[in-house]
Ligand binder design. Structure first.
Ligand SMILES: [Zn+2]
Length: 493
């Protein structure tokens, strides 16, 4: 019987995935039993703290087991491909090592089995797409965090409830009343964020920037320690000089509820609404998101309506099933009618080359440095033979140069290996296959990946105005690129 090892770990991103360690183990055991594999061992990263997970001790052990004792193992089985690595290049490298060693990688949830040729390619593309998307998420959260930081900062942002005079916070009595109202509605009446925002908007109360209240704006208020008289100074909260708005009782009660609510997992199914953000509200143009749907009927809903209530915009519900069928079909048809293999490959390659270039530069620099050292050596030798240098100095200087050289050679070696890992000759072939079999490809991949792919191609989806859901049909799908132009351009190039 073929032999397998498993690998499990908890995702660091709890919101996106919460398959427990036990569940992962159970799935791996079930899989091995069903496919008649002897499960030798499951490497469990989950037993370690989050700190340890960064160096992924168990992963290294698993890796050594798979490659150092080659004859021992035929399969590496994980629950989902991101258990192996969230990093694309790592993933590709591992995948390459596994196949080169005539072993197989099985990702149960992703339907990936490297014994199957098609699956190999799915794995390639998914890793690439995941990488692109992750960079975007990184970008978004980093800019988002910057904003949050600013609003908590006295010099930067305006604080609702106060105005600034000579860099000091002065109480704005009307706004202070609203702040108190928000805390009371949340902690005492147990209203949700949305209800509070919507209620304020109905009362025609605006935020500091003259905008409508949103879920985020309410959340920000409830979490701001400024309202209990503290200020942020060099990352820490300290007693400030300004008047507090919220007393300890109300604050503590609020924080208690915030904590309890944060433990309740949100009903978040990544990708189960793949057109979220792409469909634009026919009335206000804001992105449409997962609507307050029933079991039977599911809808996309205007995000302004969802966040700020009916004062901001109507719900403008769009039938989920209809919209997705329409968009998917249009997407298949368009992509197949144009020959996009080359442009897509180029996009992927440019992502990779964005990493290749800095490495190539570094290699060039090192080579120049090595040349300089060689020249220096020959100079020293000639100085020695002309007796400009004494024997002791000569030896010392030669030793220093050789040390420096050997360090540089080592570094060069590492960089060249890294470069090699980033060059993937089969990409074109793989991409063209995925497009040819696009429907199949879409059926196999997870909802989350579907969403990633649609978002990387489609810019906006416009909807006709209408009084009923039936009347709200799709008017236009706008791609991020001029696909026809790209296709023709590359065909003729
Ligand atoms: Zn709207």
């Amino acid at each position: 019987m073929p032999r397998a090892i498993g690998y499990v770990r908890v995702s660091t991103d709890k919101q996106l995935d919460n398959t427990s360690i036990d569940k992962q183990k159970e799935e791996i055991e079930k899989y091995c039993k069903k496919h008649q594999l002897t499960l030798v061992h499951i490497y469990d990263e989950g037993a370690h703290s989050a700190e340890n997970m960064k160096d992924r001790k168990m992963f290294k052990e698993m890796y050594h087991h798979a490659f150092d004792k080659e004859e021992d193992i035929d399969y590496v089985v994980v629950f989902k491909s991101d258990r192996i690595s969230r990093d694309n290049l790592d993933a590709l490298y591992i995948y390459k090592r596994i196949t080169e060693a005539n072993k197989h990688l099985i990702c149960i949830a992703d339907n990936i089995d490297t014994r199957d040729k098609n699956a190999k390619l799915l794995y390639h593309i998914m890793s690439l797409v995941a990488e692109l998307e992750r960079d975007m998420i990184k970008f978004r959260t980093s800019t988002g965090m910057e904003k949050n930081h600013e609003s908590g900062n006295l010099n930067g942002g305006k604080i609702y409830g106060y105005y600034t005079e000579n860099k000091e916070l002065k109480l704005d009595p009307n706004e202070a009343k609203v702040v108190k109202y928000i805390f009371e509605k949340y902690a005492i009446d147990q209203w949700g964020y949305r209800k509070i925002a919507s209620n304020l908007n109905e009362q025609n109360i605006q935020t500091k920037n003259g905008k409508q209240w949103t879920i985020t704006a309410v959340k920000t208020i409830l979490n701001n320690r400024i309202y209990i008289g503290e200020v942020k100074w060099r990352g820490d909260y300290q007693k400030g000089k300004h008047t507090r708005i919220i007393d300890d009782n109300l604050w503590n009660e609020t924080q208690k509820i915030l904590r309890i609510k944060s433990y309740i997992p949100e009903k978040l199914h990544p990708g189960s609404y793949p057109l979220s953000g792409l469909i634009k509200c026919p009335e206000c143009g804001s992105p449409m998101v997962q609507g307050n749907s029933s079991k039977k009927y599911k809808y996309y809903q205007c995000s302004r309506n969802k966040n700020s209530g009916k004062c901001a915009c109507s719900s403008n519900l769009i039938n989920k099933e209809y919209a997705e069928q329409f968009v998917f079909n249009y997407f298949y048809k368009t992509l197949k009618s144009l020959n996009l293999t080359v442009p897509i490959t180029n996009t992927a390659m440019s992502t990779i080359s964005s990493e290749v270039e800095p490495i190539e530069h570094k290699i060039k620099d090192i080579k120049i440095e090595l040349q300089r050292l060689t020249k220096k050596k020959s100079n020293i030798i000639s100085w020695r033979s002309d007796d400009v240098l004494d024997e002791v100095t000569f030896r010392q200087q030669m030793k220093d140069i050789r040390n420096e050289e050997s360090k540089l050679f080592q570094f060069l070696n590492t960089l060249e290996k890294q470069l090699e890992q980033r060059q993937k000759p089969n990409l074109v072939e793989n991409v063209s296959f995925a497009i040819e079999k696009l429907e199949v490809f879409f059926e196999v991949i997870s909802n989350e990946d579907k969403k990633k792919i649609l978002h990387s191609f489609i810019d906006s989806i416009y909807v006709n105005r209408g009084n009923s859901t039936k009347e709200r049909t799709i008017k236009e799908i706008k791609f991020k690129f001029d696909l026809e132009y790209i296709s023709q351009f590359y065909q003729s190039a």
